[in-house]
Design a binder for this molecule. Structure first.
Ligand code: MLT
Length: 256
């Protein structure tokens, strides 16, 4: 199936893959990249304007992304930016379609599978969504998804997060929780990655710590690793200018 997508600009395709439980609108702070690239952002199945499919596995999402790019006549290799769940999908793209990737930016993400405790937490979260609703679930995510500095000093970012996350249908959230719980370990994909890769972590991320992402970057031959200070997991919303700078420099030096 194809996904709802927006595109702007021209040049090398730069494809943004969103986090959970958000949609393509989370990439609004990265709009200026369309001045130099063909910026494309998609909604994963069930989120925002994309239809829900029978499975929300990370692999099926990756295949849907590629189908969408085919539909948009993206013929050349693209640069992909995946944040957290978007990064899990990017690992699957790298596993299944390595020849379609010009460069990869992994932001606040991991290659390991869920631990048994992590899987259990997903099941508990499914129950919260089903019994108490999306709003309660989203509110409970804030302390983990946004860094300490954002929680103290950036109320507009918290609102931006709430607005997008609370608009998602419960069945999309439940499907993605199942898909993430079932995903396998993709660390060996990193070992075989041939394209330039950027790894970015927020210093205040409590879900995936910087040391873990640095370890991932060491597995890739042609990679670089950066930490964004005063930002947590959703660092593209928390410190947009920092991520834009990193992406622009990386692309200029390693890709163009
Ligand atoms: C995300 O930001 O996409 C989620 O934190 C991913 C996850 O729950 O593993």
């Amino acid at each position: 199936m194809s996904l709802a997508a927006e595109q702007a600009g021209s040049g090398v395709p730069l494809v943004f893959l969103h986090a959970f439980p958000l949609d393509r609108r989370m990439w609004a702070p990265q709009e200026s990249l369309s001045r130099h690239y063909r910026r494309i952002a998609v909604d994963f199945p069930g989120f925002n304007e994309s239809r829900l499919t029978s499975t929300s596995s990370m692999e099926s999402m990756a295949r849907a992304v590629m189908k969408t790019l085919d539909g948009l006549a993206v013929r050349e290799k693209a640069v992909f930016v995946g944040l957290s769940m978007g990064g899990y999908v990017l690992m699957q793209l790298a596993r299944i379609f390595p020849d379609r990737i010009r460069a990869a930016a992994f932001v606040s993400t991991r290659s390991g599978a869920d631990t048994p405790e992590g899987k259990q937490k997903r099941l508990e979260n499914i129950e919260i969504v089903q019994k108490q609703g999306v709003k309660v679930f989203v509110e409970r995510q804030i302390p983990a998804l946004l860094g300490e500095t954002t929680q103290k000093e950036r109320p507009a970012v918290i609102e931006q997060f709430r607005k997008i996350a609370m608009a998602q249908p419960a069945n999309a959230i439940v499907g993605a929780l199942r898909g993430m719980a079932e995903r396998g370990d993709t660390s060996t994909v990193l070992d075989g990655l041939q394209c330039p890769a950027l790894f970015v972590s927020g210093a205040e991320d409590t879900i995936i710590q910087s040391a873990e992402m640095e370890g991932m970057s060491r597995r890739v031959k042609n990679s670089e690793f950066h930490v964004v200070e005063k930002a947590g997991h959703l660092l593209n919303l928390e410190r947009p200018e920092a991520l834009d700078d990193l992406l622009n420099h990386f692309l200029k030096r390693r890709v163009l």
